[in-house]
Design a protein around this ligand. Sequence first.
Ligand SMILES: C[S@@+](CC[C@H](N)C(=O)[O-])C[C@H]1O[C@@H](n2cnc3c(N)ncnc32)[C@H](O)[C@@H]1O
Length: 202
Amino acid sequence: MPMPSAAPRSARVYADWAASYDAGFAAEMDYRLPAYVAAAFLAAGGRGPVLDVGAGTGLCAEALRAQGFAGEIDGVDLSAEMLARARAKGLYRALHHADVTRPLPWTGRYEGLVSSGTFTHGHVGPEALGPLLAVLAPGALLAVSVNLGVWERMGFDAALATWAGRLTLRQTLDVPIYGAAAQALDPAHAEDRARIVMAVAG
Ligand SMILES: C[S@@+](CC[C@H](N)C(=O)[O-])C[C@H]1O[C@@H](n2cnc3c(N)ncnc32)[C@H](O)[C@@H]1O
């Protein structure tokens, strides 16, 4: 039996969360993951146009720009409310409202792909790799964070092996998701870590 989609629940959660996401969650938890993903992408020579998967309010694009990236950035997200926040920042060439676990409703030939915080509990699993690979140019560089709490359960090792002909793993980098401030606010998640998967599309 196919897994039920997490998309309807995610869309509801983020509709309510969009307004307070940056100033509340991200600032108060000292949310560092977008900066780590951007740094990993740029250190590996990432270039545009780049697709930001689960772009949310645009924190990964902000991190890319803050670290000197001048290339074009498109974003995709399930939540219209999160995308509205991202659009207001004026950092993206285009923003697409779509579920990345399904075939994407536009064609693309991206040279890069970044994603922070989207491959995680109750969100997106490795089933998104097929639709995303379809919009990447051969040789495109990916820097994708996966919450380590779901790495095994969602089957990322098996998925990377399955896609080995289309995706070459370069390295992985395990990083903290939050800074020290998270301890006071949410001790249960303060120590959460993510694995940044660096890979090249074939
Ligand atoms: C934790 S937020 C991360 C947002 C941003 N990348 C960041 O690091 O702040 C996860 C984002 O993934 C989006 N998302 C969840 N499921 C999705 C799906 N199936 N397709 C596209 N976006 C999805 C949510 O709407 C949300 O904006």
